[in-house]
Design a protein around this ligand. Structure first.
Ligand code: PEP
Ligand code: MG
Length: 592
């Protein structure tokens, strides 16, 4: 029964294109920390394969239980290892095992779903019996079922170090910190059930140049450990067990992509200037100091967004002032004389720190995050402000606040900044007294009161990842509503236009650091709206530069005029697509 069918059928899955690039490798499954087992329908032909997976998982579970039993009895005595005997009885219980196999035939669902259902029924029946011993066995059944399910899912989070060959990581979800610590030489790509283009896991994948597709809904139960998986990150496609013809087709595609990227790399020393001479700034976003390597490689004119959250996550205490100064100075020195915009802490949303004990929130993106968190925790905020100020002595550091939604927040943050400047000055600590302090425009209210905020800010930076989610009421990490997440929505174009025009009236520069700016299709639209500088993921920089250099500014202004007449996002997208198709068609091979 454990013989798997030799020829596995090719399956094509479509998700959200998170990070471009093509990768093919065997799948490694990462178990979900939340013990979540997605459910899907299976066909009759898939039943033998599901049974084979189940039997393999039973064998592994039995081996693990024997091993645990041995270790427990060595450590604390045989009598305490008895509980695992009870667990072994469940694994060997024919009626339980047959119940699952019958369930597969009857329910036509993947084995994880059937297993959990059968186990729960079994456990409930035991719990209802008037016998203490049997009632206790209900707990064992649930425990064992979870262990079997974990074995079905594959390895657990953090086990990647033991993987010998490059693999494709398949997971229900990944935290940004999982993505950040993935061994780059072993992970050729990753695919997840959850997530969207602007979830921080996707942003990390782009920063690390790992091909990735997210928001696939049930990929973690469609792929078996060891299945060959092809990830087409640019188009958002995942092909499980690709045929020989498909692999050949992708060999050709990968070759085309390589040659286009090589051509684009030739633009490294060229300025980002339109065909009719309008120059814009082109900078990069970084998550980690190590990303500076890619920033320099891709010829960015500085760092337009240094997300500092990654200094805070994955550790058991807050980073000290000195530690932060060291990091900020290192980054600033490496990109000097170009500028670095350090964004103050933007915790919350999908970015958490383990020691924070943050209260559970029903709507974390609309909750206690970013500047709200910092103003409520001034001691944490002040440490960061002092560190940024001390590093600012190098001369090329700027600072910005995330998620400002009203004037009071901005004034309050600036007051704290003034206090810290005063205290550093009193202690005769060196810093730049004229450091530029700007704000992110990523909440619709801020875009609408840009005129009220502008006198208190040195620059605006459009955070479209959040601006889109708040304007359109679309959770940026929820794959179920990803189809509504439309940066080209007419409402967004109007908000961006208002922000840019207002900024310029107040003589401050307006840049974009959200992912919209890294999409070459959107570049002419943003140029026409008057954006002064783009800050994008380093690997997208050559694509954006090519898009800028392929169009005229006048042409972009014309595009904006037409886009402002459009009624829907798809009309706008179509116009943008047409313009790039005419001016830089090779870019279409690199984006979905
Ligand atoms: C944004 O919201 O566009 C942005 C750049 O910030 P983050 O993605 O870190 O929320
Ligand atoms: Mg944001």
């Amino acid at each position: 029964m454990s013989d798997r069918p030799q020829e596995r059928k090719e399956i094509v899955l479509r998700g959200v294109p998170a990070s471009a690039g093509i990768a093919v490798a065997p799948a490694v499954l990462m178990a979900s920390e939340q013990e979540h087992y997605p459910e899907r329908e299976i066909s009759e032909e898939e039943i033998p394969r599901e049974i084979a997976r189940f039997e393999e998982a039973l064998i592994n579970t039995r081996d693990q239980l024997h091993e645990i039993e041995r270790r427990v009895s060595e450590a604390i005595g045989e009598e305490n290892a008895g509980i695992f005997d009870a667990h072994l009885l469940v694994v060997d219980d024919r009626s339980f095992v047959e119940g699952v196999i019958e369930g597969l035939h009857r329910d036509r669902r993947n084995v994880e779903a059937v297993l959990m259902r059968v186990a729960e029924k079994y456990a409930q029946a035991l719990a209802a019996v008037d016998d203490d011993y049997l009632r206790e066995r209900a707990v064992d059944v649930r425990d064992v079922a979870r262990r079997i399910a974990r074995n079905l899912a594959g390895i657990s989070v953090g086990g990647l170090e033991s993987v010998a060959e490059p693999c494709i990581v398949v997971a229900h979800d990944l935290a940004p910190s999982d993505t950040a610590t993935m061994p780059r030489d072993k992970v050729a790509g990753f695919v997840t059930d959850l997530g969207s283009m602007t979830s921080h896991t996707a942003i990390m994948a782009r920063a690390l140049a790992i091909p990735a597709v997210v928001g696939l809904r049930d990929v973690s139960v469609r792929v078996n450990p060891g299945d060959m998986v092809l990830v087409d990150g640019g188009r958002g496609l995942v092909i499980v067990n690709p045929t020989a013809a498909r692999l050949q087709e992708y060999d050709r595609r990968a070759e085309t992509e390589r040659s286009i990227r090589q051509q684009l790399a030739g633009l490294r020393g060229e300025p980002a200037v339109t065909t009719d001479g309008k120059r814009v700034g082109l900078m990069a976003n970084i998550e980690l100091p190590a990303d500076v390597e890619l920033v320099l490689e891709n010829g960015a004119e500085g760092i337009g967004l240094f997300r500092t959250e990654f200094l805070y996550v994955g550790r058991s205490s807050w980073p000290s002032e000195d530690e932060q100064v060291e990091v900020y100075e290192e980054v600033a020195r490496r990109v000097a004389p170009n500028p670095v915009v350090i964004r103050t802490l933007d915790l919350g949303g999908d970015k958490f720190v383990s020691h924070m004990k943050a209260p559970e929130e029903a709507n974390p993106f609309m909750g206690w995050r970013a500047i709200r968190f910092c103003l409520a925790q001034p001691e944490i905020f002040k440490v960061q402000i002092r560190a940024i100020l001390r590093a600012s002595r190098l001369g090329n550091i700027r600072m910005m606040y995330p998620m400002v939604s009203n004037l009071e927040e901005l004034l309050q943050a600036n007051r704290i900044l003034q206090q810290e400047m005063k205290s550093l000055a009193e202690r005769e600590v060196e810093f730049n007294r004229n450091v530029d302090v700007g704000i992110m425009i990523e909440v619709p209210s801020a875009a609408l009161i840009a005129d009220i905020l502008a006198p208190h800010a040195a620059f605006f930076s459009l955070g479209t990842n959040d601006l889109v989610q708040y304007t359109l009421a679309v959770d940026r990490i929820n794959e179920k509503v990803a189809y509504l997440y439309e940066p080209a929505h007419p409402a967004l174009i109007r908000l961006i236009q208002n922000t840019v025009q207002t900024g310029h009236r107040h003589r401050i520069q307006v840049g974009i650091c959200g992912e919209m700016g890294g999409n070459p299709l959107m570049v002419p639209l943003l140029l026409g709206l008057g954006i002064d500088h783009f800050s994008v993921s380093p690997t997208l920089l050559p694509l954006v530069k090519r898009a800028v250099r392929s169009v005229g500014y006048t042409q972009s202004v014309e595009l904006v005029k037409k886009a402002l007449q459009a009624a829907t996002a798809s009309e706008v997208t179509e116009m943008c697509y047409e313009l790039i198709r005419k001016s830089a068609p090779e870019l279409l091979d690199l984006v979905s």
